[in-house]
Design a binder for this molecule. Structure first.
Ligand code: FAD
Length: 588
């Protein structure tokens, strides 16, 4: 049976060679934090992920959550696993020390989060949403709200949720209709939120809902949305959970995947109004949500890597175990010896390595962007975020599908477990802003808004790697890489020249632009990895020759199998609106 192993060596390689973790920690003035400590933390996390969370993944899929007596009952074993997770301090990794956190860099938190999501994405969604709530409160909450809620959210004793979506307000949050009426020192919240992840459960004594709602005199649209804290249990004078608030889960969705993550319909104010406390200023709710979106969207991109890595490990295990066909000498052969199976395994491996490098590179840019005055990093975070979210989750759909293909018929049979990863991965392109919305963000707010400046800076930085590829004899990769960069420069000019001419044009080409940028960023990461591995091969290193040679080979595979997709997306993009909008609505 396939098990999960943390890819600790590759994580260490990326942190060391691409992120330059020690240098980052110095810049962040984190004296005692270094790569050696990061490796220990990743290895320790790997044990909990493999030994405790991974074995619960299939069980959670088969025994999803249930609504019993108006309470959501999480899947068997999850509460005990969650207790272990918080007892070992994993919830506190990156939070500020003043609220009980360990203040470790975001990039290290990201490396660790990869393991939780690989082991059990449905489980890991709960801490992920809590992290989002913590960030929102740190950035925008009053001192009083911070003091009351943050220490227990940071420790993981309480969990958090994000309540944005409503039946009529999905991608278009301007349509949020939940109401918040002032009532003394608090507000009374009423309305319905749908699809709320981990909206209810019994794993913690309180749940802190962050809810978008409108005050009575709020302006229409996005300018009239405010953010509120609505605790499941109101707090007594000691700050402990006491009376049940007027907020409850009225149903849980039956869905394609992540069965162990309760997706709740939440009803607020059935008995007159749920008590809610304003976060920050009135009418600033959506802006507040935006400040934490980079992190949340990168987390969903990371889930794309995590689930692809889990599926890859399973595919390798199966390909070595399953025998079909015979070698020339008549002996039976495992399917890993068939070139087509090899192609699929390499595609999974190269995709995962490119995604890991990109996820950690982008996460480190979040750390840098939080240092005073690092405008370059801030612009880079803005640009990379929709790419990490959009491209990595699209790729996750492809790579989890390849795992099924490696398994043959067995992949389609639930018992094998490959189908679960495929089903679980499907949500990633949808939540936290669909990939259509990510594409519009990339082309609009992140490219056109600054006249392509951040993109130009990124392309310049990418270009400098090409000569290093030549230096180490990776000429074929270098040529392909240069050609893709030149093509992307053309695309950049094409987009800037045509923006504003036709309202529909940018929307029609946005997705191809997103995917083009994703494959190019992946190539940038693989080029840097190959160069670093080649350099390490000329000296003594802890990685070992086998690992480093494999790194170079995997990068070369990426250059021949994924990089050509840049050209494909460029061609489609430059066809413009062409046939996309020619038919009338009633011709469909
Ligand atoms: C399992 C699950 C968990 C979730 N967890 C949470 C949660 O914890 N909290 C929360 O608040 N929400 C959550 N959501 C909601 C999720 O974020 C939304 O489903 C998502 O944002 C899309 O909104 P929608 O479903 O209304 O789709 P719609 O907005 O109706 O979109 C339908 C299609 O139209 C496209 N579209 C819509 N508008 C545009 C546009 N302007 N331009 C181009 N294309 C457009 C979309 O890309 C999509 O392809 C969750 C959803 C699911 C399924």
């Amino acid at each position: 049976m396939s098990t999960y192993q943390a890819p600790a060596k590759d994580t260490a390689f990326v942190l060391d060679q691409l992120v330059e973790f020690d240098k980052l920690c110095e810049t962040m003035q984190l004296g005692e934090v270094n790569l050696e400590l990061a490796k220990v933390i990743v290895e320790e996390a790997g044990k909990l992920a493999s030994d405790v969370l991974a074995p619960l993944n299939a069980k959670g899929d088969q025994n999803g959550t249930k609504l019993v007596d108006a309470k959501v009952q999480e899947s068997p074993g999850f509460a005990e696993a969650y207790q272990q997770y918080i007892d070992n301090g994993w919830a506190t990794l990156t939070a500020p020390e003043e609220f009980g956190g360990q203040a470790l860099p975001n990039v290290l938190g990201t490396a660790v989060n990869e393991l939780w999501h690989s082991a059990n994405m449905a489980f890991a969604l709960c801490p992920m949403l809590t992290q989002g709530s913590i960030e929102a409160l740190i950035a925008h909450g009053s001192d009083a709200l911070k003091a009351l809620y943050l220490p227990r959210l940071v420790s993981g004793e309480w969990t958090g949720t994000m309540n944005l979506t409503e039946p009529s307000a999905g991608s278009d949050l301007a349509a949020v209709a939940t109401r918040a009426v002032p009532a003394g020192d608090h507000y009374l919240i009423s309305g319905q939120k749908i699809y709320i992840t981990w909206g209810d459960h019994q794993m913690s004594p309180n749940i802190v809902h962050l809810v978008l709602a409108r005050t009575p005199d709020a302006p229409a649209g996005v300018k009239g949305i405010s953010l509120f804290i609505v605790p499941k249990f109101l707090l007594d004078e000691n700050g402990d959970p006491a009376e049940l608030n007027d907020a409850r889960c009225i149903s849980i969705e039956h869905k394609l995947g992540i069965h162990a993550s309760p997706t709740c319909t939440m009803s607020f104010g059935e008995k007159g109004g749920a008590v809610g406390y304003l976060v920050g200023e009135v009418n600033q709710g959506l802006a507040y949500m935006f400040t934490m979106m980079n992190h949340a969207r990168q987390s969903v991109g990371l889930q794309g890597l995590s689930i692809s890595e889990r599926a890859y490990q399973q595919a390798v295990w199966y390909a070595k175990d399953r025998q079909q066909g015979r070698r020339k000498d008549g002996t039976k052969m495992p399917i890993i010896e068939h070139p087509d199976v090899r192609r699929m395994l390499m595609a999974q491996r190269a995709g995962c390595e490119a995604m890991r490098a990109l996820a950690l590179t982008a996460a480190a840019e979040i750390d840098r962007s939080q240092l005073d005055g690092d405008a370059r990093a801030a612009a880079r975070v803005e640009l990379l975020t929709p790419i990490v979210k959009g491209w990595m989750t699209e790729l996750a759909n492809e790579l989890t599908s390849l795992n099924i293909q490696v398994h043959g018929g067995m992949g389609f049979i639930e018992e094998a477990g490959a189908a679960q990863h495929y089903r679980d991965a499907r949500i990633l392109a949808i939540y936290e802003g669909t990939n259509g919305i990510q594409a519009l963000d990339l082309i609009g707010r992140k490219t056109l808004a600054d006249q392509g400046a951040a993109l130009a800076a990124l392309l310049d930085e990418m270009t400098s790697v090409a000569k290093d590829l030549h230096k180490f004899g990776l000429d074929d990769f270098a040529e392909r890489y240069r050609a893709s960069l030149a093509r992307t420069q053309e695309v950049r000019v094409w987009i800037l020249e045509r923006a504003g001419r036709d309202r529909q044009l940018m929307g029609a080409v946005a997705f191809d632009f997103l995917m083009l940028m994703g494959y190019l960023c992946g190539a940038w990461m693989m080029a840097r990895s190959a160069v670093a591995a080649k350099a390490l091969l000329t000296q003594e290193s802890t990685y070992g020759a086998s690992f480093l040679h494999a790194k170079v080979t995997t990068a070369r595979f990426y250059a021949t199998h994924y990089l050509p997709r840049v050209e494909q997306h460029a061609q489609t993009l430059m066809a413009g609106l062409d046939s996309v909008f020619e038919l009338e609505d009633d011709q469909f």
